[in-house]
Ligand binder design. Structure first.
Ligand SMILES: [Zn+2]
Length: 240
């Protein structure tokens, strides 16, 4: 199993902050499992309640929200995630506003992660068939705005400091779905686990086998030796 971090200073505390239940499994599920296997503490923050993730009008919104939380917890358990925090914002209308930034800063100062994994705020489109969900962009934006400068600067949100939440600066930020990723994690050994975690989000897929087929194609790449491998890729920012 590859470990691309500096072994002298392992990334011990990991926080993945995503817009919807299931985003983390797509973006970084196998990477998360690799890190939790290596002894890291991984936490998820899911910003929205996922209440638009359905086309079946016979299911009520509270039922759907409850189902999606249950599915997210089951997926997180497979990946060794210790805690899942649901922020409860409305699906589809996520806004990187001052209050959400404040709530995130509070969690970042409390959890004190070495690494945050987030979505790409710059991605409007991918290829010629996919418009990126606006929540994904806004999730990425509110995360980077919380990371810098607010989380590490005591002048931001003095009420949080008064509550005992000291400033915290993360060591690394990894951004998923970056157009030119510079950090690739070989997940070949963990592809089945990634798929198993994705399969927990049963409410999100009409056909789980089709989803699995797509994941196997989408994350497949040939390495330099011409072998078929699977990778999760990131833009990696290092601050220390
Ligand atoms: Zn999503």
């Amino acid at each position: 199993m590859s470990n691309n971090h500096n072994p002298a200073k392992p990334l011990q505390s990991i926080l993945a902050i995503m817009a919807h239940p299931d985003d983390a499994e797509f973006c970084c599920g196998a990477t998360v499992r690799q890190m939790s296997d290596a002894g890291a503490d991984v936490t998820y923050i899911i910003l929205t309640n996922g209440d638009k993730g359905n086309h079946n009008l016979s299911i009520t919104v509270p039922e759907l929200v409850k189902t999606r939380m249950k599915e997210q917890r089951a997926a997180a358990e497979i990946l060794g995630v210790k805690d899942v925090i649901f922020m409860g914002e409305e699906d589809g209308f996520l806004q990187p506003n001052r209050e959400l930034r404040r709530r995130l800063v509070r969690h970042i100062r409390k959890i004190k992660p070495d690494l945050i994994i987030c979505q790409n705020p710059e991605m409007f489109f991918s290829g010629d068939r996919y418009i990126n969900h606006p929540d994904h962009r806004n999730a990425g934006l509110v995360v980077i705005e919380a990371v810098f400068p607010a989380a590490g600067n005591p002048m931001f949100f003095p009420d949080l400091l008064a509550e005992g939440y000291e400033p915290h600066s993360i060591r690394e930020l990894w951004i998923c779905m970056a157009p030119e990723p510079d950090h690739k994690i070989d997940i070949t050994d963990l592809l089945d686990v990634k798929i198993q975690a994705l399969r927990q989000h049963e409410s999100q897929f009409d056909d789980l086998d089709e989803m699995e087929k797509w994941v196997r194609e989408r994350w497949s790449e040939e390495n330099e030796a011409g072998e078929q491998r699977y990778y999760e890729s990131f833009k990696r920012m290092k601050f220390d």
